[in-house]
Design a protein around this ligand. Structure first.
Ligand SMILES: [Zn+2]
Length: 443
């Protein structure tokens, strides 16, 4: 707590809210621990739900008691069916989504606080110093899967909203608390939010270490297939135009080299202020049918990360798909076989959009000033990887930024934890940001 450094930056009312939050440290820590103990390992196709419904019911009950109008329900899968992020046959069975609305008095901007309650699989337990679902508190940290990504952040946003309500702070705009599943898998929960909720801006408390992230990269997952011509690998080769064998793995080497050069090309482009350069690399390769045959086919999967500036008019990656396709076509056109048998590029698997919010947007100003008011040296930054906020920004036009507790580098690791000091500061910052963004009604 460094409130003595920051009293000038806060109003009397903001300071009293922050003091009450600091005094509620035990309640906040217990809420994070409670959330970690629910096994909400993310949706894997065909696997039954875990304890998502129990967690959402618990939060729903709390928010209802605090005065919010709460809905916890399994959305109709038709809401998201056919979207490129959503696999065929997807449903929300056993995985409800939560919306809790604290109605404003009117005339203010509405703010959405969105967080995901699913976590990635903890993996083999022998790598963990603490039980991943044990929520052990030690050395000023709460340990466990989801502690920073992002049940810590979810606890902060829930407690911030509850605290404003219980202290009788009447916001002018609506404050909407929204917890979703699927962020670590399909992104379907965030997509439902984008399709059903409206707000003037959103804050997603992913683990920013109390920084303010305003941008993230998007991704694409092309699969390239190169055809060759099968033949006996043990006899002397004939010319391809005489019907000789063509080794598809060797032909894929031409494509691999083109992709390596595209990565160099993108790395040398103008630097983004908050994000790493666009990137592309091979991630899976497979080819060949028999150890004594020239392979007739080779497949290569790639992972592309691209910048908001490369997005098309809809905010997605069609321009990047075209650039990648043209690049591979040009590189392979010099090879007579590949010129006659162009590589096939399939874009149908996955992909998520990049997003960016203007640094002078009111939600950025509110979040940054709030984080600094509670004593942090917060800066504007970005996350190289996608999060649900990008879906809100791109699909719903709700500018979404991140401000949350903990270190993103511990997310998905066996050392995942969140500092209790961050939990308190984040809860304070979210409450102050909501007051500044939504406005406080005098009456
Ligand atoms: Zn996350």
């Amino acid at each position: 707590m460094q409130l003595h450094l920051t009293t000038e930056a806060m109003s009397e009312q903001e300071r009293s809210v922050c003091d009450e939050i600091a005094a509620a440290e035990d309640e906040l820590v217990e809420l994070v621990r409670r959330l970690i103990r629910f096994d909400t390992t993310t949706h894997t196709a065909g696997e039954p739900p875990r304890e998502e419904a129990a967690l959402q019911a618990h939060l729903g009950e709390r928010l209802r008691e605090a005065g919010a109008a709460v809905q916890v329900s399994e959305p109709d899968p038709a809401l998201v069916a056919g979207h490129r992020m959503i696999p065929d046959g997807f449903t929300f069975a056993g995985r409800p989504q939560l919306v809790g609305r604290f109605a404003g008095t009117g005339g203010g901007r509405s703010l959405l606080l969105n967080g995901h309650v699913d976590v990635v699989d903890p993996g083999p337990s022998d790598g963990w110093a603490h039980d991943p679902f044990g929520a052990v508190v030690a050395d000023g940290l709460v340990h466990g899967r989801g502690s920073c990504d992002m049940k810590g952040g979810v606890a902060c946003m829930v407690l911030a909203a509850e605290m404003l309500a219980s202290l009788g702070i009447r916001l002018a705009g609506d404050l909407v608390v929204n917890t979703v599943t699927e962020e670590e898998s399909t992104g379907a929960g965030g997509l439902v939010s984008a399709r059903t909720l409206r707000a003037d801006a959103a804050i997603v408390p992913e683990p920013t270490g109390l920084g303010v992230w305003i941008a993230c990269r998007g991704s694409l997952l092309p699969t390239i297939t190169v055809e060759g011509r099968a033949g006996h690998a043990g006899i002397a080769p004939r010319r391809p135009d005489d019907g000789g064998a063509v080794n598809a793995i060797e032909k894929m080497a031409v494509v691999l080299e083109a992709i390596r050069r595209l990565r160099e090309h993108w790395a040398l482009r103008e630097r983004h202020p908050y994000l790493s350069a666009a990137d592309v690399g091979p991630t899976i390769i497979g080819g060949g049918e028999w150890i004594v045959s020239h392979p007739a086919s080779c497949r290569l999967a790639c992972h592309i990360e691209y910048l908001p500036e490369q997005a098309d008019a809809e905010g997605w990656g069609s321009a990047v798909e075209q650039e990648f396709t043209d690049w591979v076509r040009r590189a392979t056109a010099a090879d007579p076989w590949l010129a006659a048998h162009p590589p096939r590029i399939d874009w149908t698997v996955g992909g998520v959009p990049p997003a960016a919010v203007a640094p002078d947007h009111p939600v950025v100003v509110a979040a940054l000033s709030a984080a600094r008011a509670v004593g942090r040296q917060s800066q504007i930054g970005g996350l190289d990887n996608w999060h649900d906020g990008a879906t809100l920004t791109v699909e719903a036009g709700i500018p979404a930024i991140c401000l949350g507790p903990g270190d993103i580098h511990l997310a998905h690791t066996v050392s995942e934890c969140v500092p209790i000091a961050d939990l308190i500061a984040c809860t304070q910052a979210l409450a102050v940001a909501a007051m500044r963004f939504c406005g406080v009604s005098a009456g």
